[in-house]
Design a protein. Structure first.
Length: 88
């Protein structure tokens, strides 16, 4: 599991499936930053992980501050499925 900062908006929402770092990742959470003030373009701060990590995310069995952080441009992100269903 890790944080991914996407510069720009590729049209993804919570539950989206993306290809990142050579494997399919699920966007467990997305926070939209910079709409009113901030950088020239919006940034999406995503918590992503594999299907195997879904239970750990849902049970909050991780420390958000210790997750790795990467950044990518929206144009470079491969979107497999823009929206998905997430269990609540």
């Amino acid at each position: 599991m890790q944080h991914l900062i996407v510069r720009g908006d590729p049209g993804i929402r919570k539950g989206a499936i993306i290809e990142y770092d050579g494997e399919e990742q699920i966007c467990f959470a997305i926070q939209r930053q910079g709409d009113y003030h901030g950088p020239d373009e919006v940034q999406l701060w995503c918590t992503i992980g594999t299907e195997d990590e879904r239970e750990a995310y849902e049970k909050r069995e991780y420390v958000p501050h210790f997750l790795d952080v990467d950044a990518i441009d929206a144009e470079a992100l491969d979107v497999i499925k823009a929206r998905g269903k997430m269990a609540v």
